[in-house]
Write a protein that binds this ligand. Structure first.
Ligand SMILES: [Zn+2]
Length: 145
């Protein structure tokens, strides 16, 4: 993991929002729905989060994001949740998830660090190349201040 991704991921504001997003996706055996969003950096260098419309149980639609930007702000990362822990549901990023990041020409900005996928146990990162790594244990990450 690059230091840039670490700093985005450990930013207190980002952490607080990801915790909220995880709770909003109603994690559990089967009743949850995916939530996701863009992590943006404004011209002053500040990070902010723009959430996507609520997803389905095992999918979510990414809003348009031409040239890896939302209005005049660079997309530095994206994220979505995998809230359902039942055996019908994949915890790790799916092939579709990986392909969506790897094959998206509008997710190739110089500042884009990849997509975080939050599951009940593990938080993964899909790099722009489509490669996946485990970057944190979910409960440890949300327990940090
Ligand atoms: Zn997914």
């Amino acid at each position: 993991m690059s230091t840039k991704a670490t700093s985005i991921f450990s930013d207190p504001l980002v952490r607080a929002i990801l915790r909220q997003v995880w709770e909003d996706s109603e994690p559990g055996p089967a009743g949850g729905h995916e939530e996701g969003g863009f992590i943006l950096r404004d011209s002053g260098g500040n990070l902010r989060v723009e959430r996507w419309p609520r997803g389905q149980q095992d999918s979510i639609t990414v809003p348009a994001h031409r040239n890896c930007r939302i209005s005049d702000q660079d997309i530095v990362a994206t994220f979505h949740t995998h809230p359902n822990t039942g055996s019908d549901y994949l915890q790790e990023p799916s092939e579709t998830d990986k392909r969506a990041v790897r094959n998206d020409p509008h997710m190739k900005g110089a500042c884009y660090e990849g997509e975080f996928v939050i599951s009940a146990q593990t938080i993964y990162r899909i790099e722009p190349t489509g490669q996946v790594s485990e970057i944190a244990q979910t409960k440890d990450y949300f327990a940090e201040e």
